[in-house]
Design a protein around this ligand. Structure first.
Ligand code: PA5
Length: 477
């Protein structure tokens, strides 16, 4: 008997006007209008060469067997004597790594040696000195440095956060292990030719993985950026990419009524245009929580834009919010049901959990809990999702659900690819470039100026920034 492959599917009945009413729902006619306009809008978006190249680049990733081979070779080399893997990166150079690890490895992975099939994983996507100092003290005190591999990831190669972390680690490695030791413990992931990290890697002789041309950080999880740490930690990257490829077939479907990325983008676009400016993603699975974080960056940086493709000022973009079921039922749902009706909800629901627990018997003196006794915890979790959805529908709030048959590398690959292509389609409907991030660039450059990067321009600019952001005692209470 052929066992059907587990799938990720989009369920959209509960956004429809015939479920939540005409005022807040979408009619079939409206959905069809957006789907009908999508091909033309995609064509317009792709008529910009630079934009088309970026889409083509990330859509080629699931087929890039050369990268997979490279990654596997590096994994064999670095797995020997590696007890800890540290990723230094930020934004798209970290969020996918974190999401894959949370989704596909056990909760106690870092703590319980029996439950892990690779090194412990630590991803530093922040430069809080207290956090890093604590980690380094653990590393140094316990003499673990020569069993720790550092994967430095930056596409541009000059990101201040990542390179500052790297410079701390490099000095530590040089002091404790010398230049040869340092070389053995570092692997860089960056552009093939450009950037400061590339220059450092070439000069120091670090092993290196390449981020292909044209891949933006938030679209890079299926490149060496995400694949190396995943494979080091025992995640099946072949299945991950197979899932993405199979989803590619589905999102290539020209019949947009059967294309999950097209429907997802059209619904999201419609609700934004009809006053639902906030998109809440709420997985009912602890393991999928960081995929919502990954999605938050993908959605925010890709769709939040000042200008449309024609250069008009639009200041457009839905605000992505992540929530976790059931945790946030006891934190956010009061607002979601009774606050402003300005949100589109995307639940994530898992049909089959790989492990389950039976709720124990009720104590004699608490027999009113008997109705829960003997039931599966997953049944409670999924019923809580339905209860929350029901409450939101009663309050006329639109709800999508992404259904996972089960959570594994194959379905996570499908999910990632579905949302990447949804983002491209949504970019087309919004009429903006989903692949740039000019507002982030400004902050990056301003930081360089404030950190006294040489150059007259920087000096002048730093003065201006300081005068605007200096604490004014008159306003301090
Ligand atoms: O999506 C993006 O391009 C950004 O969020 C980047 O990932 C982030 O700014 C980090 O950039 P880099 O990998 O160049 O250090």
């Amino acid at each position: 008997m052929v066992v059907p492959k587990p799938e990720v599917k989009l369920y959209y009945k509960n956004v429809m006007a015939n479920v939540i009413g005409d005022e807040h729902g979408i009619t079939e006619k409206q959905l069809h209008e957006h789907l009908d306009e999508l091909p033309e809008k995609i064509k317009t978006l792709r008529s910009f060469r630079e934009i088309r190249m970026k889409e083509d680049a990330y859509r080629r990733l699931p087929y890039n067997t050369k990268t997979v081979e490279e990654v596997k070779k590096r994994v064999v080399k670095f797995s020997k004597n590696c007890e800890n893997l540290v990723v230094l990166g930020i934004g798209g150079s970290a969020l996918g790594n974190i999401a894959l690890q949370t989704a596909l490895n056990p909760y106690m992975y870092n703590i319980d040696d029996q439950q892990r099939q690779g090194p412990r994983l630590f991803v530093f996507d922040n430069i809080d000195p207290v956090q890093l100092a604590s980690f380094l003290s653990w590393l140094g005190d316990n003499d673990k440095l020569d069993k720790t591999i550092f994967n430095v990831i930056t596409k541009r190669g000059d990101t201040a956060e990542t390179l500052s972390q790297f410079m701390i680690i490099r000095q530590l490695l040089l002091d404790k292990l010398g230049p040869d030791g340092c070389k053995k413990q570092v692997i860089t992931t960056t552009d093939a030719n450009q950037g400061i990290l590339r220059r450092i890697a070439n000069n120091a002789g670090f092993t290196s993985l390449v981020i292909p041309e044209g891949i933006g950080g938030r679209f890079s999880v299926l490149s060496a950026v995400g694949l190396f740490s995943a494979a080091m930690c025992g995640i099946d990257i072949d299945s991950l990419l197979a899932g993405a490829r199979d989803m590619d077939t589905r999102v290539k479907c020209e019949d947009f009524y059967r294309n999950p990325a097209a429907i997802n983008a059209a619904i999201n676009y419609h609700f934004y245009k009809h006053g639902k400016k906030i998109s809440v993603m709420m997985p009912y699975s602890y393991h999928l929580r960081d995929l919502a974080d990954w999605y938050r960056q993908l959605w925010a940086e890709s769709l939040g834009k000042a200008e449309d493709l024609a250069g008009n000022e639009v200041h457009i973009g839905p605000t992505p919010v992540k929530a976790l079921g059931t945790t946030d039922q006891h934190s956010q749902v009061q607002l979601y049901r009774e606050g402003p009706n300005d949100k589109l909800f995307t639940f994530i629901q898992v049909s089959n959990f790989d492990k389950d627990l039976k709720i124990g018997p009720a104590p004699d003196y608490a027999q009113e809990l008997g109705f829960l006794a003997g039931k599966d915890l997953s049944e409670l979790l999924n019923n809580e999702k339905r209860a929350t959805e029901y409450g939101l529908l009663e309050s006329e709030r639109p709800c999508l659900t992404v259904l996972f048959d089960r959570v594994n590398a194959y379905t996570v690959g499908q999910f990632i690819y579905l949302f990447e292509v949804t983002t491209s389609f949504a970019g087309a409907l919004f009429g903006i470039n989903p692949y740039d991030q000019p507002a982030v660039e400004l902050g990056r450059e301003a930081t360089f100026a404030l950190m006294d990067k040489p150059g007259d321009e920087h000096e002048k600019w730093a003065k201006e920034i300081r005068s605007l952001t200096e604490i004014d005692e008159n306003f301090l209470v």
